[in-house]
Ligand binder design. Structure first.
Ligand SMILES: NC(=O)c1ccc[n+]([C@@H]2O[C@H](COP(=O)([O-])OP(=O)(O)OC[C@H]3O[C@@H](n4cnc5c(N)ncnc54)[C@H](OP(=O)(O)O)[C@@H]3O)[C@@H](O)[C@H]2O)c1
Length: 241
């Protein structure tokens, strides 16, 4: 199986890349700069590097890169700088996910391609009843207004939920929603839930990036897990010890 990863130079994307390579998989990464890939994975024999900014790539070229991929993962996120958070492209994740889904659709696929999107527990799955307290509504409304990546994450998930949908012959998808990200050395026990079990705003849980990467890799590799969660937006929490 071959997977294309967008955002592979990021803190989570690099862990996902490593995890799939360690599982013996073929991986293609689309990166703005090869130098930003950790050295340990940069020269791996099963890794193909495409140096391109995904939003600048013509759709036909992207479709060409995707033609031999059975899975696609996005760990894209706005860099946490003033330019990254407030500058263009303000719809980085939304536009990238739409481009990826459209490019997959251009290819004549024999089986649906798996698309896994890294999102946030601060986003609701509008298919489900995920009520927010008044305080949470107020704070999320303010964040949405003031911090562009929040609405970008929300709209990116909506592209899959509404535009791609659940009966698409070319694309099946899972939106992974971690809560507050932390860094840990090793994969630890974690749980998946259809909806948040605690408030991402007033009582956030913790999710380590390496567990997010492990979960995304397992979804790609384990068809039973994929069947269980496809078309859904599981929330991932570390099991606290
Ligand atoms: N912080 C939290 O607690 C939290 C919680 C839940 C979810 N999240 C979400 O998790 C996601 C990933 O988190 P992370 O910490 O792994 O991210 P990260 O380390 O900041 O990685 C971001 C990735 O996006 C790429 N990127 C940024 N701007 C780009 C652009 N204009 N064009 C192409 N690529 C671009 C970066 O590439 P370069 O290396 O080239 O810059 C990098 O590969 C984010 O979407 C974030 O919203 C965060």
């Amino acid at each position: 199986m071959k997977t294309l990863i967008a955002g592979a130079t990021g803190a989570t994307g690099s862990l996902l890349t490593r995890s799939l390579l360690e599982a013996g998989q073929d991986v293609k990464v689309m990166v703005r700069s090869t130098d930003r890939l950790p050295e340990a994975i940069r020269n791996h024999k099963n890794l193909e590097i495409i140096e391109a900014a995904i939003l600048d790539l013509p759709n036909e070229q992207l479709a060409g890169h995707l033609a031999d991929c059975q899975a696609v993962a996005s760990c894209l996120g706005h860099n946490l700088t003033m330019k990254g958070v407030f500058g263009p492209p303000r719809k980085l994740v939304t536009d990238a996910v739409r481009k990826l889904a459209e490019a997959i659709g251009q290819n004549k696929v024999t089986a649906p391609v798996k698309l896994v999107l890294m999102n946030t527990a601060g986003n609701r799955n509008r298919d489900l009843n995920e009520p927010l307290s008044f305080a949470d509504q107020l704070i999320i409304g303010l964040i949405r207004l003031l911090v562009p990546p929040q609405s970008d994450n929300e709209q990116a998930a909506e592209v899959l939920r509404k535009d791609v949908g659940r009966n698409n012959p070319a694309v099946e998808w899972v939106v992974i929603r971690p809560d507050s990200l932390i860094d840990e050395e090793h994969v630890t026990e974690y749980t998946l839930h259809a909806s948040p079990t605690q408030s991402a705003i007033t009582n956030p849980g913790k999710t380590s990036r390496i567990n997010v990467a492990d979960c995304m890799a397992r979804l790609i590799l384990d068809n039973d897990l994929w069947e269980k969660w496809k078309g859904q937006m599981p929330v991932v929490y570390n099991v606290s010890t």
